[in-house]
Design a protein around this ligand. Structure first.
Ligand code: ATP
Ligand code: MG
Length: 366
């Protein structure tokens, strides 16, 4: 599956643009503020009907334009297909697939799945646990709809339990229903841990392979999933995990009552990355942190490809800076599976695996 061509009219700073893409790597080069990220946004919008940066649809409509018209020619399901979106400020959008009107993004689901890596993702390994959990959950939810459902349920119970802890200040009788909520939290929590153990194991192994190639074999990447301390083996049967979660909850019963917070459970999970046995979070350099974060994204894409039989397209926004020549070469010339879009500001970069597209003021630079 890949995007052969895109046409943009009135989309952000693109008044009128037609672009052909290579099925391999497409390197999009241009100075700051010329429209590189806008182009990635358009590509990702085609398949998802979602923008990774706009708060409102109207923001994507070019200044002075009445609507934005985006059309993509996609090779998917062994034939050429077209997807077209017409976006209006403050009015419902229109969607067409192969020329026929469609109702919702679900009608184009799976045509052009994408994995995006943006500059904010570079810091995921240095950031707080919540950001890493979000990264892991986002990837795992896309892979496993049952996990997605279990996570939503866990969060619902957690919210209700938090309300009970707060309400007890006013009415101590509500504590009578706490054990029921704790039991459900441990039941669903055990399921989450079981999914996560398997997911982080596969993700870590794939990322280690990418990081090894990326660093020219210099850095040995390892990922450790961290969960509730009473869990001795996250791969253990659900029933054992459930009991171990209950143990931890019981030992925190008083602390939860006095802090009015849910202190224990997989909602505090995290993962650690080490390079050659040294913590990346504490000691990693900028380049090492970037390399590891990109390797994780490549691994995520590989797991999706294993599931669906094909690589989602990969959108890499501005990842080359602070990487040395060898690591830049890996990004530009060694990601040889599926279609890749890479933006960069430095002129003179090129890729052996596809084509270079130069953008200036929302136009193709000849
Ligand atoms: P950088 O290298 O700095 O990341 P970039 O090439 O990725 O730059 P973009 O984020 O794609 O740049 O944005 C390019 C320009 O598009 C910005 O100057 C912005 O003002 C402009 N722009 C954003 N939205 C619209 C819009 N709705 N209509 C017209 N121009 C817009
Ligand atoms: Mg940009």
């Amino acid at each position: 599956m890949h995007l052969n061509k895109i046409s943009l009219r009135g989309f952000r700073n693109y008044v009128n643009l037609e672009l052909d893409f290579a099925p391999g790597v497409n390197l999009i080069v241009g100075d700051n503020a010329q429209g590189k990220t806008n182009l990635l946004e358009a590509i990702s919008y085609l398949g998802s009907g979602k923008s990774f940066r706009a708060q409102k649809t109207g923001e994507m409509v070019g200044f002075g334009a009445e609507f934005a018209d985006l059309e993509g020619e996609i090779f998917a399901q062994e034939r050429n297909q077209s997807v077209r979106w017409v976006l209006f400020p403050g009015k419902p959008r229109l969607l067409y697939r192969n020329g026929a009107r469609k109702k919702s993004a679900a009608d184009v689901a799976g045509l052009l799945p994408a994995v995006l890596f943006c500059p904010e993702d570079l810091m995921v390994l240095k950031a707080g646990a919540a950001q890493r959990r979000r990264f892991g959950d986002h990837a795992l939810c896309a892979l496993r709809p049952n996990y997605d459902a279990a996570l939503a349920e866990y969060n619902r119970i957690l919210e209700q339990k938090t309300r009970i802890l707060k309400d007890k200040e006013e009415n101590i009788a509500v504590l009578a229903i706490l054990p029921e909520y704790n039991a459900r939290l441990c039941q669903v929590g055990a399921l989450l841990i079981s999914y996560r153990a398997r997911f982080y194991d596969s993700l870590g192994k794939a990322a280690a392979r990418y990081h090894g190639q990326f660093s020219g074999g210099l850095e040995d990447f390892s990922l450790q999933y961290k969960t509730v301390s009473t869990v001795t083996d996250p791969f253990a049967p659900i029933e054992i995990l459930r009991k171990q979660l209950e143990e931890h909850l019981e030992s925190h019963y008083r602390a939860e009552l006095s802090s009015l917070q849910c202190l224990t459970g997989p909602h505090k999970d995290d993962f650690d990355v080490t390079l050659n046995g040294i913590s990346l979070k504490a000691y990693g350099s900028q380049g090492q942190t970037r390399t590891a974060a990109i390797s994780l994204k490549l691994a995520q894409r590989e797991l999706m490809a294993r599931e669906w039989g094909e690589e989602p397209i990969l959108l890499l926004d501005d990842v080359l800076s602070e990487l040395d020549a060898k690591r830049q070469d890996f990004v530009l010339n060694q990601i040889d599976k599926g279609q890749v879009f890479i933006t960069c500001c430095e002129p003179g970069r090129f890729t052996k695996l596809g084509k270079t597209i130069e953008i200036k003021e929302g136009q193709l630079k000849e």
